[in-house]
Write a protein that binds this ligand. Sequence first.
Ligand code: SF4
Length: 507
Amino acid sequence: MVALRSDGQPVVLEHSRAPEKMAADKVRCEACPVLCQISPGKLGACDRYGNVEGVLTRTDTLALVVRPGTDLVEWQAARGDAGWDGSLIDDAPVFVSGVGSTTTYPDYKPAPFIVASKHEGVDMVTVVTEGIFSYCSFKVKIDTDRYLGPEQATVRHRGEAVGHVSTIEYGSQFLALGGVHHLTGGSKKEGRVACEMMMALGNREPVELQIEGGATVVVAADRPPIVDGVEERRMRVGCGSATIGIFAPQWFGHADEVVVVDDHVTGVLSEHQAGKFLDMTPTGIRLHGRKSTPGRYFQVASPGSGWGGTDITDPLAIVEGWDAKHGARPGLRLLMVSTTGEDSAWFVLDEQLVPQPAEMPAEVRRVVERIGENCEPSLCSVLYVAGAGGSLRAGVTDNPVRLTRSIKSLLVNVTCGGAPVYVWPGGGITVMVDVAKMPAASFGSVPTPAIVSPIEFTMRLDDYRALGGHMGRVQRLEQLLASGAWRTVEASAANPWPLDRLRGAAE
Ligand code: SF4
């Protein structure tokens, strides 16, 4: 039988009844469906909760993100040793993040922290939780020309399938990792390994991935990728055609022909529109591969870890021949160079129109070096994507669709650990965030398996009331600060202050 309050609503208990056979000194965690029974001094299955002297305790503490430029030590000192003196704070010096905030399960329980504060004279509220996400994944951008593997190939971690190769964008290979299919749709081991890999990626730790039919790559957020044991240094300046377009005038007069070797679009200066504009003389060069448009060739070689993301180590391997009727001549000066400038060679055609290696002139060398100078450092970018449009919303409001609508109309700002998120258009609340902007060690996991990650919803207090928020659970920031049960983390200097991003917040 369900107990009812006098107003007819069901009673929501803080804890459900523990099983009768549970030992008296154990505590039961109800923060996820695993419902661990934890012995004294031990941790639950996820290491996030423990039994500390008979009390269920979160092993981490609520993280408050400190507003850039705020000296919290000074700020606290001004309030004396007793800490907060009971007065209201005009402008919140901290932002309450979901990191360490704990989770409430099942979903209809209000979120663990619903905190009101003032921002530029406006009453605001931030609802925070550590969400448990089965529907989540990572999109990883790896700045490299090297061939990582065929599109759609399976990506493995410790032998288990954890994702697949996605598209190549300009100078970068994308991987799609994790996701509900690997977490729940395969074997138990696949789910566990995928979950561990995802948590490590989110926490900016290095993860080794094997790509079927391709490379082994070590990926960590904001660090250079390591492809087959070699750390990548340079991200290409552009494709072969773009490189020709950028540097053509600087080569003009110093080389008769330049070939920029690229797995996707190899450029040939004399035939390219950039060479035509300089009125360059034809050279009669013939390349392997498929001519796309003048001076732009596809498939000159197979993909690999050689020049320009091809498998070649001898650049002349892509030259089919020279045609004297169309401009090939003894003494013709040829530069072959990769899209990063890391590989380059200089040749001069002999009497039989055979390219002979020669010392590269200083003027040409300078331009090759300039290609390298224009390359950006290669990095891995790790973006977390999570679907927060489901049951998690019930911890924020009793009418979840209003939260979704309020986010879409920019009345609610969503952040992850205080970091700005991109909210995907269309249905649901699908957010995407750069893990490098989140506080360290923001991610956890539970053995269901699923990922645990912080999420915050910030809005005007009036709007929260209007969308059916759990007003009875609102506490003031001042009360929270007085409790002392928190730690601080520095806001990333690149992040906008979360309370600033709200439409009309300071009106
Ligand atoms: S796995 Fe962690 S969150 Fe889930 S019940 Fe156990 S201790 Fe609690």
